[in-house]
Design a protein around this ligand. Structure first.
Ligand code: F6P
Length: 535
């Protein structure tokens, strides 16, 4: 699939990215500006010829018609026979037909119900059964039912003026224990967020939360402390949640794409319906850009092609997402699910084995913290990690603008350092006053930076609700384009199933109710250790 590009990649050889800036227009020509954002990919080894060849991949894979198929509600999730319509949750004026029905009236009605509920909780019109306002919200969910709202609530903290939001995801009892221990059950609203309402972690934590509420407030009123976000209305009723407090969504919203709908309720409670609509508007603006902008002016497309270049052609297995924004500290985890659950597949849509690698390993942490942890390897390790920096030109703390300047300087310094590196000669100059002779050589060699390491920078004015919506939708479409080019289904996640099945089977073995005899030697040994030390 990548023959021509492989030849071009080989041709780049030892070419220094820095040398590409001999062209004074390099930065401008290898950037995309849209929706007040600037995506600069000029610090990569992509040149005009490579870019053309990458764009040819887009045509060959017919990304454009696949894109329209997605937006128009065709069942592009072919292994599950489902449409992929998270975009419908934010393009509220559209009309989208699935199985002969326009899904949009339902989307708008659910959004209005969420807004009415969120407003009433925020204005203290809906109160806890004991008559006190809800001061705290605990969202219980995992994966897409946790990462999106948890990331969003933190990202948009400057806009939060509603109840405090907490997130419990792990089946590890420590998580719910440590969350509930500081809360007052009498003023806590629990949101059980699960598309399927069968996920073992979520249902176990939900039962623990119900017992906690019941033990403090009485089991007769426990249900009034709950709301649910789910497409499984039978199960929410079985759990005892009032249908008026259940916000449903359809099977065409994938878990990792679900922040735009009911799964975003905790975010809406935190920032209010108006700002939540701004967030949706940001996603919709990026959708319009993605559908309309041509080739090199299309930001998600170019972000995807840079990803394909680094992962498939240069062979860099991982990519680091490095937001210079403390409030985006959950964004790398959010992107991990978005990218790795979507494109971590080795089988093409038609069931054949992929003839290329699956999507990359995504990881990261906010700068500047990462600089004092793992950047050592990024700068001097033997393997290249393409870095994706992102930063706002302006922080929210106007009185701390000097700190934001430092943040910006650090962000820019890292991409420059990665590209420039430091030669042995330069390193020697640095230490010449301290060492001499062989020791000078030795000391200098440790201070050499290979340089020529690629990075991109996404910069935007300020992290507003609308901008966050744009950023999330940008990455969603990037994942979509990469998936289409690789020929995989980005919208199923069969790879999580086997572990779930085995965990169910191991439950009674861990408790000692069943024997471990059928298991392999390692598993048996671990079970024996558990039984010896469980206490
Ligand atoms: O196990 C993976 C997964 O299905 C994710 O795709 C999803 O986001 C998560 O579990 C949670 O699922 P649910 O919302 O149904 O509880």
């Amino acid at each position: 699939m990548f023959e021509e590009l492989k030849t071009l990649q080989a041709k780049t050889g030892e070419r220094q990215i820095l040398s590409l800036f001999d062209d004074n227009n390099r930065a401008r020509d290898f950037s995309v500006t849209a929706l007040d954002m600037l995506f600069d990919y000029s610090k990569t080894n992509i040149d005009a010829e490579t870019r053309d060849a990458l764009l040819a991949l887009v045509d060959r894979a017919d990304v454009a018609s696949r894109c329209e198929a997605m937006f128009s509600g065709q069942k592009i999730n072919e292994t599950e026979g489902r449409a992929v319509l998270h975009t419908a949750l934010r393009n509220l004026d559209a009309s989208v037909i699935v199985d002969g029905n326009d899904v949009m009236p339902g989307v708008r009605e659910t959004l209005d119900r969420m807004a009415t509920f969120a407003d009433a909780v925020r204005k203290e019109e809906i109160k806890a059964p004991g008559g006190r306002a809800f001061t705290d919200v605990v969202n219980i969910g995992i994966g897409g039912s946790d990462l999106g709202p948890a990331m969003g609530v933190l990202a948009l903290a400057p806009y939060a003026d509603g109840p405090r939001c907490h997130f419990v995801s792990n089946v590890d009892g420590a998580h719910i224990h440590d969350t509930l221990k500081d809360l007052n059950a009498a003023t806590t609203l629990v949101i059980v967020a699960s598309k399927t309402f069968t996920t073992i972690e979520t249902m176990t934590n939900a039962a623990t939360a119900r017992d906690w509420i019941a033990s403090h407030c009485g089991s007769d009123v426990a249900g009034d402390h709950f709301a649910a976000l789910s497409s499984n209305l039978d199960k929410t009723a079985e759990f005892g949640i009032d249908p008026a407090r259940v916000f449903g969504f359809e099977d065409w919203v994938g878990g990792r794409y679900s922040i735009w709908g009911p799964i975003g309720l905790s975010l809406m409670l935190a920032i209010g319906p108006d700002d939540f609509r701004e967030f949706l508007a940001g996603g919709a603006a990026m959708d319009a850009h993605f559908r309309e902008a041509a080739g090199i002016e299309n930001m998600p497309l170019m972000l995807a092609l840079v990803g394909i270049w680094h992962n498939q052609l240069c062979g860099h297995a991982t990519r680091a997402v490095l937001p210079y924004d403390q409030r985006l500290s959950r964004l790398p985890a959010y992107f991990q699910q978005l990218e790795m659950e979507s494109n971590g597949k080795s089988v093409a849509m038609d069931g054949s084995q992929l003839d290329c690698n699956s999507g990359p390993i995504v990881w990261g942490e906010p700068g500047t913290n990462g600089q004092h942890a793992f950047y050592q390897l990024i700068h001097q390790g033997t393997r290249v990690v393409p870095c994706e920096f992102m930063v706002a030109a302006q922080g929210h703390e106007r009185d701390l603008a000097h700190q934001h300047d430092l943040l910006l300087a650090n962000c820019l310094a890292q991409s420059e350092a990665l590209m420039r590196g430091r030669s042995l000669e330069e390193a020697k100059e640095k230490v010449a006053g301290k060492f001499a002779g062989a020791e000078l050589e030795r000391q200098a060699s440790h201070r050499v930076f290979a340089g020529n390491r690629p990075s991109t920078t996404l910069i935007y004015p300020k992290l507003t609700p609308k901008m966050l919506g744009q950023i999330i939708a940008l990455y969603e479409h990037r994942v979509f384009v990469e998936g289409v080019i690789l020929g995989i289904n980005s919208y199923d996640q069969w790879g999580v199933e086997l572990g779930k099945e085995l965990a169910t089977a191991l439950g009674p073995i861990v408790t000692g109710d069943e024997s471990a005899d059928s298991k392999d030697g390692s598993t048996k040994q671990l079970v024996a250790y558990i039984h010896a030390h469980k206490g």
